[in-house]
Design a protein around this ligand. Structure first.
Ligand code: ADP
Ligand code: MG
Length: 456
């Protein structure tokens, strides 16, 4: 089998980038030069022993996991010192691969004639839940009878919720079942770059020909067209030409067609011709199922408590979930030890906790409320009954109920009161806030402060 080392390494880097902090990525990954792939070994060159040792000790398993995730479970990475690669006077003789830096979202442009699909993104590896069953069914329909059901199929939703996966699953399915079909996957950004290159090189007709002869066109992140008139014009003609010859078009976006303020009305209406379907956040059961599937796919063993814990903790998107899994798998394969939940917390905070907030604790609520009303924290749980203390205490009880969903008795424990007191406080504050705008705003402000401290 012939490997395309350049693209494999770029994909692998993108994967790593989504898991590691920018700093770590730039320091340890961006400095690597891929050399070759022989006997299913991806040889990676670094400048000296120090890098080699450090990478082997800390990041090699992560690189291997990333290779699996981009569909190359068949390849394992090895690190080598190769001074020549890094020696300026000789480096010119070697072909160097431009490694993506963390601060720019890179995607190669000008892609060759192959379909450009990640073989790991299939329907088989896609977990169906309530959040995506409709989009999944539509994608299946488009894959099994292209251009006869929904054309175009427009899939939208937030980041990391499976748009690219689902779209490529269609591509992989078609390629597998209709090998003669020409499938083309491209991000809208690359499509744009290619178009600009074509303009500069007087090559527009070749560009048009290329895209108008495909049977299945998959354009990812079409929101990139928003506000770009010239490009929209070009895309409009491509779209029409494919549509008229009954070719299937699949588009993804982070918003609906009508939410793209800078999109020409004729494109908005075309994007809505077929089916517009949404991917939303998965519920905890689906997250657990996805974790199980990914863990099996990545050949890591994690016990159920850990999987449940992760599924509970990380709810914003599936990419973060995956990142957490890789981190933990790597950690446990390095230490060869079972991993504790505290350790997991630590790992998540350092590396992927960026967009995840910690659950709100009653301690935090008590502290924030005490600060807000300028009373002492100990007053909150004290027996004092004066109004300037009793009222903040009731607010803290109310917010505890509202923000933590804990039971009245367990909130009572934290305040050294019984459950009836908490229930009473909760109802008091609730009914007063309904009539008192100022109180309502105060509650909103304190809630905001609490939420802010959970994002650190
Ligand atoms: P988006 O394009 O919406 O930002 P991706 O398609 O890149 O998201 O998905 C992010 C990661 O989550 C991918 O690795 C993908 O395989 C995984 N993923 C998303 N949804 C599912 C799902 N339903 N089942 C299994 N994996 C999923
Ligand atoms: Mg995507």
């Amino acid at each position: 089998m012939k490997y395309d080392i350049e693209n494999i390494w770029i994909d692998c880097c993108e994967q790593l980038k989504s898991i590691l902090s920018d700093d770590i990525y730039d320091r340890w990954i961006a400095v690597i030069q891929p050399l070759n792939i022989e006997d299913q070994q991806l040889k990676l060159a670094v400048a000296n022993d120090f890098y080699k040792d450090w990478l082997e000790e800390n990041y090699l398993p992560l690189i291997d996991k990333s290779l699996i995730l981009i569909g190359h479970a068949d390849i394992k990475a090895v690190i080598e010192v190769d001074v020549a690669q890094f020696n300026e006077s000789t480096a010119v003789e070697h072909k160097t691969v431009e490694v993506p830096k963390s601060n720019k979202t890179s995607r190669r442009s000008g892609h060759k004639n192959k379909s450009n699909l990640n073989p790991a993104y299939t329907f088989e590896s896609f977990v169906i839940g309530e959040n995506n069953q409709f989009a999944h069914a539509a994608a299946m329909a488009a894959a099994t009878s292209p251009s006869r059901t929904y054309n175009p199929l427009f899939i939208y939703g937030g980041v990391g919720l499976g748009k690219t996966h689902l779209m490529q699953a269609i591509g992989n399915h078609v390629q597998q079942h209709k090998s003669r079909s020409r499938v083309c996957y491209i991000t809208c950004e690359s499509f744009t770059n290619e178009y600009i290159d074509a303009l500069q090189n007087n090559n527009v007709s070749a560009f048009r020909k290329k895209y108008r002869k495909v049977d299945l066109l998959l354009i990812d992140d079409i929101q990139f067209l928003d506000g770009k008139n010239r490009l929209q014009e070009e895309f409009f003609h491509t779209f029409n030409s494919l549509f008229e010859s009954h070719k299937q078009i699949i588009l993804t976006s982070d918003r609906t067609p009508s939410e793209m303020a800078g999109l020409a009305p004729r494109l908005v209406s075309r994007f809505e011709w077929g089916l517009v379907t949404e991917l939303i956040k998965p519920d905890v059961e689906t997250r657990t199922a996805i974790l199980r599937k990914k863990a099996a796919f990545m050949q890591v063993e994690l016990d159920n408590t850990l999987i449940d814990y992760l599924a509970q903790r990380i709810s914003s998107n599936i990419r973060s979930l995956e990142g957490a899994l890789i981190r933990i798998a790597t950690f446990s394969s390095l230490t060869q030890q079972p991993i504790s939940l505290e350790r997991v917390d630590q790992l998540l905070r350092d590396l992927i906790g960026k967009d995840e907030s910690q659950p709100v604790s009653i301690d935090l609520i008590q502290k924030t409320v005490a600060d807000f009303f300028d009373i002492r924290l100990t007053d909150i749980t004290s027996k004092k009954r004066s109004k300037d203390i009793a009222w903040p205490r009731q607010i803290a009880m109310h917010l505890s109920r509202k923000l933590t969903q804990q039971s009245f008795p367990s909130i009572g424990n934290k305040f050294e009161r019984n459950h009836a007191t908490v229930l009473y406080a909760h109802e008091q504050v609730n009914s007063r806030a309904k009539q008192d705008r100022q109180l309502e705003q105060t509650l909103a402000l304190i809630t905001e402060k609490i939420k802010q401290s959970t994002h650190s």
